[in-house]
Design a protein. Structure first.
Length: 378
């Protein structure tokens, strides 16, 4: 039976991603000086203004405005109202973490710290790609990344920072059969013809997607509304955490609703989602299942999760209930233990703020070091 699934990605110049990157750049700078800091920084960008807000409790001394301007320049906004040296940056809405929250998280024994909030976090893995990620989001990210690389390297000089991609994969049962549709919208310089953009972007897409996944029926929608000269926050407001599906599995797996960027790892929105991915990837790598989704739920101030849910979509070599028991036995799900297992007090988060938090081989939650040991359960 034919089925279709679509996922999207955005470039680093997308207004929401501008905010994510500034939030994580601030977090990393704080963690460089103070690995035990508490941080929940968010940004809002609109036209010629950037507001940095949130809760930070730390011994570190950082220049929020300088970090933001450096990131805006690195992303590529050197012209227009949101240019790094022109935009107004507001930082007076940053304050200490609430003591009401801190009392539930602070513990003498670090590994017994309570969850920084209630909520449920999801993880997912499948054997559809080498990174054990779904194909639609993988392809969308690769096109977005190639679009940004072509701009940075000057290969296509008229490109500007803002852009979006979307890929629809046709499935024959569980097997990804072909790419049905690709959508690409890119900001560009003034005076460039849409015919030129269409030709160049189609070549870029075809250089990324394997030739055997494309055919004469593949549809391309490139800048489908026409001119896209005004981009980034100058054209549309941005907000930290508004691209959580782009950040995760492209809609293939549910999302608990909590954003990642700007949050230190005591916030289980982030750390438990990373742990859930780590667990899922190792279970698939071990051959225990071909596809798996797990949910982990927490209560604020409580170290152990209140529930663990498993669904292998009929691909498990052992029963899902048994896999849930294995997860509880083999993986320590207390927030402090997650931080220790994955090394989450290090300044490693800026690299996650664009093109997804999962599927990047060098990240600690992408390692499959537990897979061999898990094979004993088969």
């Amino acid at each position: 039976m034919k089925k279709f699934f679509t996922s999207e990605s955005v470039t680093e110049g997308h207004p929401d991603k501008v905010c994510d990157q500034i939030s994580d750049a601030i977090l990393d700078e704080i963690l460089k000086q103070d690995p035990d800091a508490r941080c929940a920084v968010e940004c809002c960008a609109a036209y010629n203004k950037l507001m940095i807000m949130g809760e930070v409790t730390t011994k570190a001394r950082v220049d929020y405005e300088a970090i933001a301007r450096r990131m805006i320049k690195k992303i590529g906004y050197t012209e227009g109202s949101f240019a790094y040296d022109k935009c107004q940056i507001i930082t007076d809405t940053i304050h200490d973490q609430s003591p009401d929250i801190a009392q539930g998280v602070d513990r003498a024994d670090f590994e017994d710290i309570g969850a920084g909030d209630q909520g449920m976090m999801f993880g997912y893995a499948c054997n559809e790609t080498k990174t054990l990620m779904p194909l639609p989001i993988t392809m969308a990210h690769e096109i977005s990344h190639s679009l940004a690389a072509a701009r940075r390297h000057g290969d296509i000089p008229y490109l500007r920072p803002d852009g979006k991609t979307q890929v629809t994969v046709e499935y024959d049962g569980k097997r990804a059969a072909r790419i049905d549709t690709v959508v690409l919208s890119t900001q560009h310089a003034r005076g460039v013809s849409q015919d030129q953009i269409h030709e160049d972007m189609k070549k870029l897409i075809q250089s990324v997607i394997p030739a055997d996944m494309l055919d004469e029926n593949t549809k391309y929608f490139i800048n489908p509304t026409g001119i896209f000269e005004i981009g980034g926050p100058e054209g549309d407001s941005g907000l930290t955490g508004r691209k959580i599906i782009v950040d995760t599995y492209g809609g293939r797996c549910p999302h608990g609703g909590g954003a990642f960027s700007g949050k230190d790892a005591t916030k289980v929105d982030r750390s438990a989602a990373y742990m859930a991915r780590y667990i899922c990837k190792n279970l698939v790598a071990a051959g225990i299942c071909d596809e798996i989704e797990i949910q982990i739920a927490y209560a604020i101030g409580v170290a152990q999760p209140v529930s663990v849910y498993v669904d292998t979509f009929g691909t498990g070599k052992i029963h899902d209930d048994r896999i849930a028991d294995i997860i509880r036995k083999e993986f320590d799900l207390r927030p402090g233990a997650i931080i220790e297992t994955l090394g989450l007090r290090r300044p490693i988060f800026l690299q996650t703020a664009v093109y997804g938090h999962f599927g990047k081989p060098d990240l600690p939650w992408e390692q499959t070091d537990k897979a061999e040991g898990l094979k004993k359960y088969l």
